[in-house]
Design a protein around this ligand. Structure first.
Ligand code: FMN
Ligand code: FE2
Ligand code: FE2
Length: 399
């Protein structure tokens, strides 16, 4: 993609990644893609903000060179050391050895550890400003959004916030880089939530801390390092992120995520009846067959909904492993404080609820009700399941 001027003398230089199967080796992005956004300020001084993944460094540097001679760049701001932004650092240093790296104290050791870089590194402190003559930079540390060394940079004369991972999202940029280029933002908002639930969720408290720090700034544009540049309505993505972060404390939306899995169809038939009951209750509902869906797509729903209905059989004295894996990933991402019900078939002694009780204690989930049955669900069990789903839906609705 060609560079884009986002405001006078400030440019977006980015690449769309449509080659990586799994972001961080974990999260599917082959369909949706992701962008690595970097920014160039051309004024009395020339400043580059963040880079991109090494896989795309040649394309990226070619793009950069259409705007400036790299040997003229005065500073490189390294907001974050994760290699999706810093991967091109070695290649960049070869063409711009004079550029002084501006970064946090915590990034200094990482620069040595990841790239062997010690020279021309200048540490900036939280709240520090740098007067570039034509532009002013303010550095705002944002520890654990996403790593301990992470910061954001604000160009205070224009109010552009270069927020790095914060306010970012999956989804390559197809018809433009700005929010205003899309009449329907649902794809990018959905992918921002998936990115949040997959990458940022475990750090919801640090996001809220960072949000408080931004309150004093007059932000005119949010320019993250993944996804859209929010120029028309920067408050939209900030509000969404802060709302999602609040859910980390509990009390999420009045909605239910129904997760089901079944080896031989017994629990599967029950899931249809539980679903019917939930629909009768009129509660917003997301349904996932966990054996057919990557957890990346389930986590966003778990994050925003207060209620979770789990249907899975007993397997070797425990919960069906695919379901246990989803719950374990949810625990990893700190999807805490949910209200849940469980239903499932067993053959002899059961064991799924034993597993769930232990797992939910770790996740601070309340197990409100269970409906276990041996073998196939009998007609009366299916009737019971409809009521069971309906009761739960009504309860979540009334929260
Ligand atoms: C590999 C395997 C392990 C199982 N382990 C247990 C078990 O430890 N305890 C138990 O009560 N039932 C166990 N069962 C029986 C299942 O829970 C039972 O067949 C149930 O009806 C399967 O539900 P589904 O049709 O929804 O897959 C096991 C079944 C399989 C295939
Ligand atoms: Fe990151
Ligand atoms: Fe990132």
């Amino acid at each position: 993609m060609q560079p884009v001027e986002i405001c006078k003398n400030i440019f977006w230089i980015g690449v769309n990644d449509d080659r990586t199967e799994l972001f961080e080796g974990l999260w599917p992005i082959k369909q949706e893609g992701i962008s690595y956004n970097s920014y160039l300020i051309k004024g009395a001084k020339t400043v580059l903000i963040d880079l991109c993944k090494d896989l795309f460094q040649e394309k990226y540097l070619a793009s950069l060179k259409t705007l400036t001679d790299p040997s003229k760049i005065d500073y490189l701001v390294v907001n974050h050391m994760e290699p999706d932004h810093s991967g091109a650092l070695r290649a960049f240093r070869e063409v711009a050895p004079q550029a002084v790296i501006l970064t946090t104290q915590k990034a200094v050791k990482m620069l040595v550890d990841f790239f062997g870089i010690k020279e021309a590194v200048r540490v900036v402190a939280d709240g520090e400003t740098l007067d570039l003559g034509s532009h002013q930079l303010k550095f705002i540390t944002a520890p654990m959004v996403h790593w301990p060394e992470t910061m954001m940079t604000c160009e205070t004369s224009t109010g552009i916030l270069f927020s790095c991972d914060a306010f970012g999202g999956f989804g390559k940029l197809t018809n433009g880089i700005f929010d205003e280029d899309y009449s329907d933002l649902s794809f990018y908002e959905k992918e921002s939530l998936r990115y949040y639930a997959n990458i940022v969720a475990a750090f919801s408290k640090p996001v809220l801390n960072a949000g408080e720090k931004l309150a004093g700034l007059n932000i005119s544009m949010v320019a993250p390092s993944h996804g859209l540049v929010w120029r028309k309505d920067p408050s939209r993505i900030i509000k969404l992120y802060l709302q999602w972060s609040e859910y980390g404390k509990g009390k999420a939306q009045k909605g239910v995520t129904l997760l089901h899995s079944s080896m031989y169809g017994n629990t599967g038939r029950m899931a249809l009846s539980v679903r019917k009951g939930l629909e009768e209750a009129g509660i917003p509902l997301d349904v996932f067959d966990v054996t057919a869906t990557h957890p990346s797509y389930i986590l966003p729903s778990l994050w925003v909904n207060q209620g979770v209905a789990i249907g899975a059989p007993t397997y070797e004295g425990s919960l069906f492993p695919t379901m246990a894996q989803v719950l374990s990933m949810a625990e990893f991402k700190r999807v805490f404080h949910k209200d849940a019900i469980y239903f499932g078939s067993f053959g002899w002694g059961g064991g799924a609820t034993r597993y769930l009780n232990a797992q939910f204690e770790k996740m601070k989930w309340q197990l409100l009700e269970t409906l276990e049955f041996p073998g196939e669900p009998k007609p009366e069990t299916l009737v019971q399941a409809v009521e069971f789903g309906k009761r739960f839906g009504e309860r979540i609705k009334s929260l």
